[in-house]
Design a binder for this molecule. Structure first.
Ligand code: ARG
Length: 657
């Protein structure tokens, strides 16, 4: 049961007499920030007062006279300029907590009208190792899936693998020129990674070479401009100021090109001495074009490249699967880009025939209202694009699953693509499902730039997981050594806990960020035992089980009689109970804007509330046996709510840690 929806229900009828948009008024019902103001606060009387030209307090009083809150609230007050403060009825709270304790779903109701939702997430480009950039889509998408499913919706997860792009041209080219057949036979996955990296390295070299003259020209042009400005005479003080500003900005630009040149030259002097690499540089001058040609040959159905692709794919999938298994992430489907290849020409023809697309400068374009540039669906040379595949994907998903909502969990840098795609889909006739990009920011290093290794390479995802688990292991061992021998974890238990804490910490650190913002990656912060972290929340769970072990309480043995004696008299008991009853509210809120950080925040606050309870309300040393049993029950509901909540984020718990 969602407390907030229950209260809203009671107000709905009354408020509908004041304003057409009742939902907007009801949205002004919020949990109170301070217990002085009761448990919930409704702040709509101020707005209504303005609209009706009546004193807000009078409106608030009138609303309270009309509304029936019997059985839910025991105290209703108008405060300040017209706030309506509501205090939940204690009997209601006790009854609801009893229900939650007895319920496997912890009192959370499943949706009365389940929706069919497709989630497109993770979706890496395979054939190259997964990197830090993939973590966000993967964990955000997985947690949204879990929350939606728990709330009773039908979710289809589809990993839209990039299994058809230029990266295959790269490994095909690399395989033909640089592979070590013995290594490939014995251990294909690392060999394919090596080949990919090597081709990437060569291509980077030529790209950098191309940057050299560009940078030089830019530097020349900027210096000339600066000289001009320096010798120009200003007419008046205003112009002088303007000039000084331009000079400063030019100098900054010059400095930037200079430091880029230094970095570039440093790079060239480093690779200079690599004789083997220099030999390959000489022999593969045209690598960029050659790679595109290999890709094109694959797309045209060339038999050699097709059979190489078929040979490589299982290895590429094995590589990403290893990471998904570690992260405990599964997909219903993995329809990658290659799945749609045969449908693309048909889609393009359909767009042409229905005058949805026009030719412009040789390319086939969909012009969309509100966008300057069109969406190109076929290039002049006949090649299809990312957007063409995404249109085919929409059609396929609609035909196969008929969803009412499709979520794309993809980096904010692709927002332009998705805005156009959704607009084009509408033009095409898909007005019905809601398409939504669950976009997110970048993972940053502590230097405030996108997270890279010291040498400037992208950070591999696997190494990241390894490191998080290693760090966690160090911490777990540190804590463990300080324990009495009889309380110590075994060696295996230490490894197991480290895995749960390390991976949990990593996921939580990501999910607890507002998804739209960039965030700074820090092992230290994500594994801290205090603060808004997985280990803190996981530890609250373990703490409850520590109490159970000491008090010899077995939560599986709870009887109806025990539950009927539940008592929430102490302030901290009541506060914890109300927080527990807000679980459903938090889950519903996650789905408003698809923000898992609402759930992490709820679990963090729940753990804090539990700590307050634990400090103020002795459990093992309770005054009476009945009070002790009642507190055990509250501890148990807390642990189960944490366990369930974390599991919806894809994070595990352990009873001992
Ligand atoms: N493979 C793409 C990338 O790595 C992401 C795909 C997202 N999903 C989609 N339907 N476009 O950038």
């Amino acid at each position: 049961m969602s407390l907030i929806s229950e209260i809203k229900c009671r107000f709905e009828d009354v408020l509908s007499h004041y304003h057409d948009d009742v939902a907007k008024l009801l949205d002004m019902l919020k949990p109170s920030q301070d217990e002085k103001f009761g448990d919930y606060q409704l702040n709509c009387a101020m707005a209504l007062g303005k609209q009706l030209r009546r004193p807000p307090r009078e409106v608030a009083t009138e609303i309270l006279e009309k509304v029936n809150l019997e059985g839910i609230c025991e105290k209703m007050e108008v405060a300040g300029p017209g706030f309506i403060n509501l205090t939940l009825d204690q009997r209601f709270v006790v009854a609801e907590v009893k229900k939650a304790i007895a319920d496997n779903r912890l009192g959370v109701q499943a949706a009365s009208e389940p929706k069919t939702v497709v989630i497109d997430f993770s979706s890496p480009n395979v054939a190259k190792p997964m990197h830090v950039g993939h973590i966000r889509s993967t964990v955000i998408g997985d947690s949204l899936c879990r929350v939606l499913r728990f709330l009773g919706h039908q979710v289809i997860t589809d990993n839209h693998l990039g299994d058809w792009g230029t990266q295959f041209g790269m490994i095909i080219y690399g395989y033909k020129h640089f592979s070590n057949s013995e290594d490939y036979q014995t251990n294909p996955v690392p060999e394919l990674s090596r080949i990919y990296r090597y081709v990437r390295r060569l291509m980077d070299y030529f790209e950098k070479q191309g940057q050299r003259p560009k940078l030089q020209n830019e530097h020349k042009a900027l210096t000339l401009k600066l000289e001009e400005l320096n010798s120009a005479e200003a007419k008046d003080a205003k112009e002088e100021k303007k000039q000084a500003k331009s000079i400063r900005s030019l100098r900054n630009k010059i400095a930037a090109t200079e430091s880029m040149t230094v970095a570039l030259e440093e790079y060239f002097s480093l690779v200079q001495d690599d004789a083997d690499f220099q030999l390959d540089v000489k022999e593969h001058q045209n690598i960029a074009t050659a790679v595109l040609e290999e890709t094109a040959r694959l797309h045209e159905g060339d038999s050699e490249n097709t059979s190489l692709w078929q040979q490589f794919m299982p290895h590429c999938l094995e590589e990403i699967q290893r990471i998904y298994s570690r992260l405990n992430i599964e997909f219903d489907h993995e329809f990658g880009e290659s799945h749609y290849h045969s449908m693309l020409q048909g889609i393009v023809d359909e767009f042409k025939e229905n005058h949805l697309a026009e030719e412009s400068e040789g390319a086939l374009c969909v012009f969309l209202d509100g966008f300057e540039a069109p969406m190109i669906i076929q290039k002049r040379d006949g090649a299809f694009l990312y957007s063409t595949t995404d249109l085919a994907t929409i059609r396929f998903r609609m035909k196969t699953w008929d969803p009412v909502l499709v979520l794309y969990v993809v980096d904010h840098r692709q927002s332009d693509h998705f805005e156009k795609l959704f607009s084009a889909a509408k033009k095409w006739g898909y007005t019905e499902p809601r398409f939504f990009q669950v976009s997110f920011g970048t993972v940053m290093g502590e230097d405030g730039k996108p997270y890279k290794t010291r040498s400037g390479d992208t950070v591999g995802l696997e190494g990241l997981l390894d490191h998080a688990v290693e760090e966690a292991h160090r911490l777990v061992q540190g804590v463990n050594q300080k324990r009495k021998p009889e309380d110590q974890l075994s060696k295996d238990e230490c490894f197991d806990v480290a895995n749960v804490v390390g991976l949990g910490g990593l996921k939580y650190a990501d999910l607890s960020q507002h998804r739209g913002s960039d965030y700074v990656f820090s092992y230290e912060k994500m594994l801290a035992l205090k603060g808004d972290t997985a280990p803190y929340v996981q530890y609250s769970y373990a703490r409850v089980h520590g109490i159970f072990r000491k008090g010899k309480f077995d939560p599986n043995q709870r009887t109806e009689e025990l539950v009927s004696n539940l008592n929430l008299e102490a302030i901290a008991e009541r506060a914890l109970a109300i927080k527990l009853l807000r679980f459903e509210e938090a889950l519903q809120e996650v789905l408003i804007e698809y923000k898992p950080n609402i759930l992490t925040n709820y679990l963090f606050e729940l753990s804090q509330q539990f700590a307050v309870f634990f400090e103020q309300c002795p459990v093992l040393k309770a005054d009476t046996e009945q009070q002790k049993q009642s507190r055990f029950l509250l501890c148990d509901l807390t642990a189960r709510t944490i366990e369930k909540g974390l599991s919806l984020l894809g994070i595990e718990v352990r009873k001992k840690m």
